[in-house]
Structure formats: C-alpha cells, structure tokens
Design a binder for this molecule. Structure first.
Ligand code: NDP
Length: 277
C-alpha cells in the first residue's frame, strides 16, 4: 500500500456513495494527506475484507448498508453511542493495533437539525418512522437532547417496541404501529424507513404534524423524496432530507480519524446546489 493514509467506505451497493468526494474535500480543506475509496463489499466478505484492509496499512473505514451490525460485532472496542446503538458506521485503527467502532449517524443528524437548521429538540415531541439500523443510531443522541418524548412507529410493531425498551433508561420513549398514531401530533417527524428508496411512504394519518412542526427524511436524493413531498403537503415549517446528516456524520468520522474537525457549511451548500432543486 502507498505511504498515504488509506481510508474507505465498504458497502453494497456502493457505486453512488458520496463519501469519497466528501472526505477528499475535507482532506483538502484541512491539509490532511489521505486517500479514501469506495469498495463494494457484500456481507459474506465483510470480515475477510476488513482484516485485509487493516493488514495492508488501512487507517479507518466507514461501513454502510448492509454492514453496520457486522462492524459492531467486529470492533475490539466500542464508543458508548455505538455500544447502545448496536450498529457501527466508523472503524478506526488505534495506536495499539486494536479497532475502535463508533456510530456517527446520530450526532450527524442532531448537528444538522440543531446547528444547520435551528430545529430545537428540548421538550419536543418527536416521531421516528422505522425501527431499523438508522433508527438505532439516532435514538441515543436524540434522547441526549432531552425531548419531551420519542415515539417509534414501525411496520413490524415488535421491532419498534424492542427498540423503545432498549433505550428506555435514557428518556421517555415508546414503540407502536402506524395505526396507533391516529389522534396524536408531533413537533418533529423523522423518516428513518427505507421506504423513500422505493418511492413509498409509510401509512401516515392526517394531523400527525403539529403546527409549525418540521419533517426530516434521513434518505436523500437529487429530487424531493416521497416523504419530503408529503411534508410539504402537511405545510411543515421545514421539509428536509438527509444530505446534511450525511456530511455531518462524515465530518464526525473524519474528526475521529484525524483529530481535526472539518467545516461543513460550504460543502453542504455545494452539494445542495449540484442537485438541481
Ligand atoms: P434498515 O433496512 O435497517 O431498516 C429499514 C426500515 O424501514 C425498517 O424499519 C422497515 O420496516 C422500514 N420500511 C422499509 N420499507 C417500508 C415501507 N414501504 N413502509 C414502511 N416501512 C418500511 O435500513 P436503515 O435503517 O439502515 O436505513 C433507513 C434509511 O435511512 C435509508 O433510507 C438510509 O438511506 C437512511 N440513512 C441515511 C443516513 C444519512 O447519513 N443521511 C445514514 C443512515 C441511514 P420493517 O422493520 O417493518 O421491515
């Protein structure tokens, strides 16, 4: 391997990942010499490919769908937020040769909501749609901001209930099915399902969004996602997608690896401008 520090994102599919571009721009901005590539790694090859990457001098990895749970199992040590979320999106080589696993998705979301979009979370009623890996990553950092409550709604109701149970020591959180939401309203609705990826929408009752409430789709696309379109129909104060979260979680991973925090504002603006809406 070359003398330049090597980083990569592993996942499947991976072709459309924006992470190599984001980390290249972070490296230029902070004068760090590193290379960052995107590699197609299916789950069955995960362990062997990670071992080979670090054995050949790799310094850090991002892991995306479908590898986050495997990365959680692989890491020698876990940060507290990764431990709780049972999913790892960032692996970092430590000085003693061990591998640290972190989850920067949640802090990426919270930073985008609070710092970039001035959406306060304290004492707010938050609804999370979906109970998969992304929900696991965001619940802890959201509860740290002391919302009034978090409700997790999921198609497979048992998964929402289990998730709520796992995080119940950190704040008021409950799990339910979509039909149980009727009559309730929330200040912030987060779509953490993968429904947007297939242009679908979870079954959402009218009146779910409180007046002046906002909506955020963790998924992102070049045009408005199905959920963002729904949010606009509900006259949400803000109808956002997950591009900012993507950049912010990358910045947090970059900080873990390099000890330097890149600036994100201009890069988010640049990526926003490139997607034609
Ligand atoms: P998972 O596969 O782990 O979970 C998918 C979730 O979506 C499950 O709760 C599933 O419900 C639900 N779901 C899927 N299709 C539908 C549907 N048609 N109607 C209702 N619910 C549905 O995915 P992840 O949690 O890893 O990812 C979720 C989303 O978050 C993806 O769009 C991903 O791109 C995005 N994401 C964005 C990030 C960013 O940086 N912006 C970071 C991480 C994720 P069930 O349990 O019933 O199957």
């Amino acid at each position: 391997m070359s003398d330049i520090d090597q980083y990569a994102v592993f996942g499947s599919p991976i072709k459309h990942s924006k992470s190599p571009r984001i980390h290249k721009l972070f490296a230029e901005q902070t004068n760090q010499a590193l290379q960052y590539s995107a590699e197609l790694v299916p789950a069955e090859q995960f362990e062997q490919r990670v071992k080979a990457f670090f054995a050949q001098g790799g310094r850090g990895l991002n892991c995306t769908v479908p590898l986050k749970e495997l990365a959680w199992t692989y890491a020698d040590q876990l940060t507290e937020r990764a431990e709780l979320s049972k999913a790892v999106n960032t692996l970092a080589l430590q000085e003693d040769g061990s591998i640290l696993g972190d989850n920067t998705d949640g802090i990426g979301l919270v930073t985008d909501l609070m710092d970039n979009h001035a959406i306060g979370l304290k004492q707010k009623k938050i609804l999370i749609l979906g109970a998969g890996g992304a929900s696991r990553g965001i619940i802890g950092p959201l509860l740290d901001q002391q919302p009034q409550l978090i409700t997790v709604a999921n198609r497979t109701v048992a998964k929402a209930k289990i998730l709520a149970q796992e995080f119940s020591h950190k704040g008021t959180i409950n799990g339910c099915g979509y039909d149980e939401l009727t009559g309730q309203s929330f200040d912030l609705i987060l779509n953490a399902t993968s429904a947007s990826l297939s242009d679908e929408l979870p079954p959402l009752a009218a009146g779910l969004l409180a007046e002046q409430g906002s909506c955020y789709d963790l998924a992102y696309a070049n045009k408005a996602t199905t959920f963002v379109r729904w949010a606009r129909e509900q006259q949400a104060e803000k109808s956002l997608d997950g591009l900012g979260m993507l950049v912010e979680q990358a910045a947090e991973a970059f900080y873990l690896w390099r000890g330097v925090r890149p600036k994100t504002e201009e890069l988010i603006q640049q990526l926003e401008a490139e997607r034609g809406e």
